[in-house]
Design a protein around this ligand. Structure first.
Ligand SMILES: *Cc1c(COP(=O)(O)O)cnc(C)c1O
Length: 383
């Protein structure tokens, strides 16, 4: 664990695992992992109370106590994105999807499965969604009923201006759906500032729980009118919501261990100072990483003002001695898992700064990268 040491020293988290500098699953605290060492029955009152507490806290996080509801769903993040699209866009609705990366395109493929009409407003992966174009499209096409956007497009790490987008959508009286998967808990999102029908995120990512469940926070008036829209029983958020209102239970086997971990993760989130505290740690991780990588000659895809403090995309160095799979394997051996790129516009790789990571891991991975470059004969610098 001693990164000051100039030798190659393998590091590991408290449970002996490599650190995950990825977009998820992520490194969790030991106490979050420990919270899972119980078997709860789904009808156990302790579990039912814990479930209710978790949902109440999620609603509070968006300042929605009197106006919004939280509905949980089993599965990875994609399941709840799909559930939101299938539930909130009616069968005769039409969705305008603001796309600047793979997760936006994924919403379009959901519409294809569900046979929902949709349009795409696309910007490239290094360009935020264009508000004026959105305004124009909504003025011209009255048949658009809903707009969907990804808050932080994890493909590149770009931040989309959801507050400004929500204002345009509200002006045109359309529904607004947000995939906040990689932003929720670290970047501001208040229902007082951003007018949305539904927002989805998951237990893992910035809330630092275990993966395995997602949730939708919806304006009660918006979810109330979604009965009969869903074309999937297990992904029917309206049914999940109304069933849980009746008996406080999940319709199908709840991921009990994930909820135990999530409850503990939310305690640790509060202890850190909520969105503000967590956002600051991630911002500091991001700043250290970006500065250290630039010092070694790496270039970021995005200018700092568009970069969310979540995951950073770096251009692949041009030097032929640098080979990504060997670089990846070496970092993995030393205790740091990074992530390949997902861009269509440039050859790249990504390094995440979310999860239970701080300055120590950021400086550690930088030192390991520098030693790796030395070994390649690059003297700690690529061009
Ligand atoms: C991670 C992520 C998802 C969901 O991914 P899963 O792999 O299904 O958990 C959806 N949207 C965004 C923006 C994400 O970052």
């Amino acid at each position: 664990m001693n990164n000051q040491n100039s030798s190659f020293e393998v590091v590991a988290s408290g449970t002996g695992d490599p650190y995950l500098l990825t977009p998820g699953p992520l490194t969790t605290s030991e106490t979050v992992k420990q919270a899972m060492l119980h078997d709860y029955g789904s009808r156990d009152n302790d579990f039912i109370d814990l479930n209710q507490r978790v949902l109440d806290r999620l609603v509070e996080m968006v300042d929605g106590a009197s106006s919004h509801v939280a509905v949980p769903l089993q599965g990875s993040g994609t399941f709840v994105v799909e559930a939101m699209i299938g539930c909130f866009v009616p069968r005769d609705g039409k969705l305008l999807i603001c796309v600047n990366g793979a997760y936006g395109h994924r919403i379009a493929s959901m519409c294809q499965y569900y046979q929902r009409s949709y349009l795409i407003q696309e910007s490239n992966e290094e360009t935020p969604i264009d508000i004026n174009e959105l305004d124009r499209r909504l003025s011209e096409d009255e048949s658009i009923t809903h707009v969907a956007v990804v808050y932080c497009e994890t493909t590149s790490g770009i931040l989309n201006p959801i507050k400004e987008i929500s204002e345009v959508v509200k002006k045109h009286h359309r529904g607004f759906l947000i995939d906040a998967m990689s932003a929720f808990g670290a970047l501001p999102l208040s229902s007082k500032d951003v007018h949305f029908d539904a927002v989805v995120a998951s237990s893992n990512k910035c809330l630092e729980g275990a993966p395995g469940m997602g949730f939708c926070i919806a304006r009660e008036e918006a979810i109330e009118v979604t009965q009969g829209n869903a074309m999937s029983l297990s992904l029917d958020l309206y049914d999940q919501w109304t069933a849980m209102k009746k008996n406080r239970q999940w319709r199908f086997t709840p991921p009990t261990h994930v909820l135990l971990a999530f409850n503990q993760a939310l305690n640790e989130f509060d202890d850190e100072g909520g969105v503000e505290g967590r956002g600051q740690r991630y911002q500091s991780n991001c700043d250290i990483l970006v500065k250290g990588m630039r010092d070694m000659g790496f270039e970021t895809l995005l200018p700092d003002k568009l970069q969310a403090p979540i995951i950073i995309t770096f251009h692949m160095p041009r030097d032929s001695r640098f080979e990504f799979s060997a670089f990846y394997d070496r970092l993995r051996e030393m205790g740091y898992v990074i992530y390949p790129g997902k861009l269509t516009i440039a050859d790249s790789f990504r390094v995440g700064c979310i999860g239970r990571l701080d300055e120590t891991q950021m400086r550690g991975v930088l030192a390991t990268i520098r030693l790796y470059l030395d070994r390649l004969g690059l003297e700690g610098r690529v061009s």
